[in-house]
Write a protein that binds this ligand. Structure first.
Ligand code: FAD
Length: 278
């Protein structure tokens, strides 16, 4: 069982708990992006097991009236074991989800995985004429070229600042510079994409910028935020724009929870408050 200190950020250990959380979100017109926690497997068996869980989740979502999609990590689906393993497992999940009309996001991990992740996305997005999305990171210097390359690919693109510490030769390390890149990428996307833009940020300035771009170009977009982070803002934004909450679940919750705790002191206060509220 997830202890109270962590359940602000993690929906539970089982798929049923994650879908129950999504049902509550849907009641507040926020959709769910369901992610089974797991990454960097060096053995095929957890890869197979997680892929099977995603296929079952796709069926459960497809057979329900839930507003939900899935998000998978490349190294969870075997990228550390080889690109062929990753592509095979990812295709299995995306095929099963497409059969049920369920959208699949591919998270982006560190820069050593960018080419393999984007190449797999482009092939699957073309094969399924959409139905799949990929994340791009504003802190990487290469991303402007990637965003231009993705302009005529069906599917969606999630824009984030980037969660991985990357070397300065390939990444912007100054947070203000990352913010300016993020805004510039949004400007390009709102001008050149037909839609399918996801703003994956809690930053009010980035979300405001996206709204300004939307008002200027009319391009559709959605906002994506994490479970437990600025949830009131999620509910407010959902009155005007599509909002998706990233909903992690699973028994490997400890390292995810630790990341949320270390990135902001406010999160430690939230977690302690959760205990006091019990
Ligand atoms: P930050 O730069 O962290 O913060 C800017 C401002 O936002 C703050 O000053 C504050 O005003 C507000 N804010 C931020 N956090 C909080 C908080 N806890 N409480 C209150 N206000 C807050 N990264 C990847 O590398 N790959 C991925 O696949 C990926 N997927 C993601 C999916 C989603 C849905 C989201 C939301 C993020 C994802 N990320 C991913 C993480 C992302 O790269 C950033 O590391 C993370 O979102 C922090 O950047 P930020 O834009 O939210 O704002």
């Amino acid at each position: 069982m997830i202890p109270p200190i962590a359940n602000r950020f993690v929906a539970g250990e089982s798929p049923a708990e994650a879908l129950e959380h999504v049902r509550r979100l849907n009641g507040r017109t926020v959709a769910g992006i369901v992610n089974l926690l797991g990454e960097h497997y060096d053995d095929r068996s957890p890869v197979r097991s997680d892929a099977a869980t995603y296929r079952v989740l796709a069926a459960d979502i497809g057979n329900s009236d839930l507003e939900a999609c899935l998000s998978v990590k490349p190294s969870q689906l075997g990228l550390d074991l080889g690109e062929d393993v990753f592509r095979e497992e990812l295709a299995g999940v995306v095929d099963a989800a497409a059969d049920r009309g369920v959208f699949v996001w591919i998270d982006m991990e560190d820069h050593t995985t960018t080419d393999a992740t984007l190449d797999a996305f482009v092939d699957l997005a073309r094969e399924h004429d959409g139905g799949v999305g990929v994340c791009v990171q504003a802190n990487l210097r290469r991303t402007r070229a990637d965003v231009e390359r993705l302009a005529d690919v069906p599917g969606k693109v999630r824009f984030v600042k980037g969660a991985y510490d990357e070397p300065a030769e390939i990444a912007y390390t100054d947070s203000e510079r990352v913010n300016r890149e993020y805004e510039a990428l949004l400007e390009y996307a709102f001008e050149h994409y037909d839609g399918g833009i996801a703003v994956g940020s809690h930053d009010p300035a980035m979300i405001e910028h996206a709204i300004d771009c939307h008002e200027e170009h009319g391009t559709e977009f959605e906002v994506q935020m994490l479970m437990g982070v600025r949830e009131d803002a999620q509910y407010d934004l959902a009155r005007e724009y599509p909002v998706f909450q990233y909903v992690p679940f699973g028994d490997r919750w400890k390292s995810y929870f630790y990341r949320r705790m270390t990135e902001r002191t406010e999160n430690v206060k939230f977690a302690l408050q959760a205990i006091l509220d019990r």
